[in-house]
Design a protein around this ligand. Structure first.
Ligand SMILES: Nc1ncnc2c1ncn2[C@@H]1O[C@H](COP(=O)(O)OP(=O)(O)OP(=O)(O)O)[C@@H](O)[C@H]1O
Ligand SMILES: [Mg+2]
Length: 284
C-alpha cells in the first residue's frame, strides 16, 4: 500500500520495513499493520491535536507531572504553547503507560518503541494469527464472561497498584487474544494518586466492564469490585495478588457515594433493559 505520511520517517530510519495494511482509524489515531524487524507488528500514528477537544484533556492532565512551571502554566491556560507542549505529553503518556504497565505484569501489547510520534507495538492476534477482535465485537458465553471479568478486574488492580487508572476502559479497548483479554489504548491514563477524578474514573472503568459482561453473566451485576479495590487502595492495603470478593459495604460518611452509586446503577439498569429487549426480540 502507499505509505501513510506519518510512517515514512520510520521507513527511512529502517524501523519498519513496510506497511502491510491499515487496521483501524479511530478518533485519535490510525493503526497500521507493519513489518518490522522480521515480525508483523502494529504502528499507532496519532492524529493531529487539532482534531481533538482540548478542554476535556485538562481534567485528565491534572495528576500528570509536567516538566517546568512555565509548561504547567501554559498547559493550564490552554495557550498555543500549552497545546503544543500538551500534545507532546499526550503522545508520550500512552507510551510511558504501556512500558510501565508491561513491567507491572498487566496484559498489554508488548511495546517496541516510540519513533517520530509513532508507537510501534506487538500486534495482538487471535488464534488464527489475524488481528484480534475487540471484546465488544465477539459473542461471549456466560462462562467466558465470568473468566474475562475476573482477568480484567485483576488487570485493573495491577494498574492501580502501579499507580494508574485506564480512564477509558470499555469493551472497545479490550482485545480478545488466544489467551484471553488484552487491554489497549492508554493516552488518557490518569494518576491514581494525583487526580481528584481518579475514584470516579476507576469506578466507571470497572462498571463499564461489569455492565457489558453482565449482559452475558447477569450475576456479575451484583458485584462491587471497583468500590472494593478503591477502598483497599486508599487504605494502602491493595496488592497485586489481593483476593477480592466483589462485596462492598458503603461507608455512609462519604458524601458523594450516593450520586456515584446512582450513576452506576443507572448504567447497570440500562444494560439490563437492553438485555431484556434483546431477549424479547429473540423470542419473537
Ligand atoms: N496492539 C494491537 N493489536 C491489535 N489491534 C490493535 C492494537 N492496537 C490497536 N488495535 C486496533 O486498533 C483500534 C484502535 O486502537 P486504539 O483503541 O488504541 O486507538 P484509538 O484511536 O484511541 O481508537 P478509538 O478512538 O476507536 O478508541 C483498536 O480498537 C484495535 O482494533
Ligand atoms: Mg480505542
Amino acid at each position: 500500500m502507499k505509505t501513510p505520511q506519518g510512517l515514512q520517517p520510520l521507513i527511512d530510519d529502517g524501523i519498519i520495513d513496510d506497511v502491510l495494511r491499515p487496521l483501524k482509524s479511530g478518533k485519535e489515531a490510525a493503526v497500521y499493520v507493519v513489518r518490522s524487524g522480521g515480525d508483523v507488528r502494529c504502528a499507532k500514528v496519532y492524529k493531529d491535536m487539532a482534531h481533538r477537544s482540548f478542554q476535556q484533556r485538562v481534567q485528565y492532565q491534572e495528576g500528570r507531572k509536567v516538566g517546568s512551571s512555565r509548561e504547567a502554566r501554559a498547559i493550564g491556560k490552554g495557550s498555543k504553547y500549552g497545546r503544543k507542549q500538551q500534545e507532546v505529553a499526550w503522545k508520550n503518556a500512552e507510551v510511558d503507560a504501556l512500558y510501565l504497565l508491561r513491567d507491572a505484569g498487566v496484559r498489554v501489547p508488548e511495546p517496541f518503541g516510540y519513533f517520530h510520534g509513532v508507537l510501534v507495538m506487538e500486534l495482538v492476534t487471535d488464534a488464527d494469527g489475524l488481528s484480534a477482535p475487540r471484546l465488544g465485537e465477539v459473542d461471549v458465553s456466560a462462562e467466558d464472561a465470568r473468566a474475562y471479568h475476573a482477568i480484567l478486574v485483576r488487570q485493573v488492580v495491577l494498574m492501580l497498584c502501579a499507580g494508574l487508572i485506564h480512564g477509558d476502559l470499555s469493551a472497545y479497548n479490550v482485545l480478545i487474544g488466544p489467551d484471553g483479554p488484552v487491554v489497549i489504548d492508554f493516552p488518557q491514563v490518569v494518576s491514581a494518586a494525583g487526580n481528584n477524578a481518579a475514584r470516579t474514573m476507576l469506578l466507571r472503568d470497572v462498571n463499564n466492564l461489569t455492565a457489558y459482561l453482565g449482559r452475558s453473566a447477569p450475576e456479575l451485576l451484583d458485584t462491587w469490585y471497583g468500590e472494593e479495590m478503591w477502598a483497599l487502595f486508599q487504605a494502602g492495603e491493595l496488592r497485586a495478588d489481593t483476593e477480592l470478593t466483589g462485596h462492598f459495604e458503603p461507608d455512609e460518611s462519604e458524601v458523594d457515594l450516593d450520586s456515584i452509586r446512582q450513576s452506576i446503577n443507572d448504567a447497570r439498569e440500562e444494560a439490563l433493559i437492553r438485555q431484556q429487549g434483546r431477549e424479547a426480540a429473540e423470542e419473537d
